[in-house]
Design a protein around this ligand. Structure first.
Ligand SMILES: Nc1nc2c(ncn2[C@@H]2O[C@H](COP(=O)(O)OP(=O)(O)OP(=O)(O)O)[C@@H](O)[C@H]2O)c(=O)[nH]1
Ligand SMILES: [Mg+2]
Length: 198
């Protein structure tokens, strides 16, 4: 039995798994850096392989899965969606296409959903000049999909607290505990090869 399964059974430390999805360049990896290290990284390499970062929040252990926005590298993304308590569907608040793509990401989440899962739209780059019609569009898509919406900036830190509040609130939602997070051998090997989230 893996360490993680053990923790679940013993209930030693509340643990949630969060996957970030969204189109290329919207700021998923940058957001994870901000959440975990409180740093803004300007030169991010585009993500090819999913990777896991861990953060601790008032005794909760949070696993943040970063996925590739580029279509040709999305193979593994689906697996991580299905294993998450929360999916952050990320768009760039200044980029029309990434906002339109949100609908496709909701469909992908529907296809890969297991158990009760929160989907939250996170619109990044709020430190840049904003256009009202794009902000309205994001709000409409959130309403249509009955999803919570968080506006944030990894650069100036706005909205980051809302995201961590969301993680903390997830612990107390009983239904999310029913989401199974059992790792198969393949996933464990992937993680071990990346040296994280053991
Ligand atoms: N001004 C500003 N730039 C940001 C913000 N978040 C990300 N960026 C920039 O946007 C670019 C792309 O960010 P990434 O984090 O690599 O985007 P990604 O979603 O991980 O992209 P893929 O890995 O290709 O899917 C980088 O140059 C970041 O510095 C933000 O909140 N404000
Ligand atoms: Mg990335």
């Amino acid at each position: 039995m893996s360490k993680i399964e053990n923790q679940h059974l013993l209930g030693t430390k509340p643990q949630i798994s969060v996957t970030l999805v969204g189109s290329m360049g919207v700021g998923k990896s940058t957001l994870i850096q901000k959440l975990v290290y409180d740093q803004f990284v300007i030169e991010q390499k585009s993500t090819i392989n999913p990777s896991c970062s861990k953060m601790n929040l008032n005794g909760m252990s949070i696993r943040l899965w970063d996925t590739a926005g580029q279509e040709q590298f999305r193979t593994f993304t689906f697996k991580y969606i299905s294993r998450s308590h929360i999916v952050l569907i990320v768009c760039d608040s200044t980029d029309l296409q990434s906002i339109k793509d949100l609908n496709e990401w909701f469909e992908i989440c529907d296809e890969n959903k297991v158990g009760n899962q929160s989907r939250v739209i996170v619109a990044t780059k709020m430190d840049l000049k904003q256009e009202d019609h794009l902000i309205d569009l994001v709000k409409n898509i959130a309403t249509e999909n009955k999803a919570k919406l968080i506006f944030c900036s990894s650069k100036n830190g706005s909205g980051i607290n809302e995201i961590t509040d969301l993680f903390e609130q997830t612990e107390v939602i009983e239904s999310t505990k029913s989401v199974e997070y059992v790792e198969d051998e393949e996933t464990q090997n992937e993680k071990i090869s990346k040296g994280c989230c053991k």
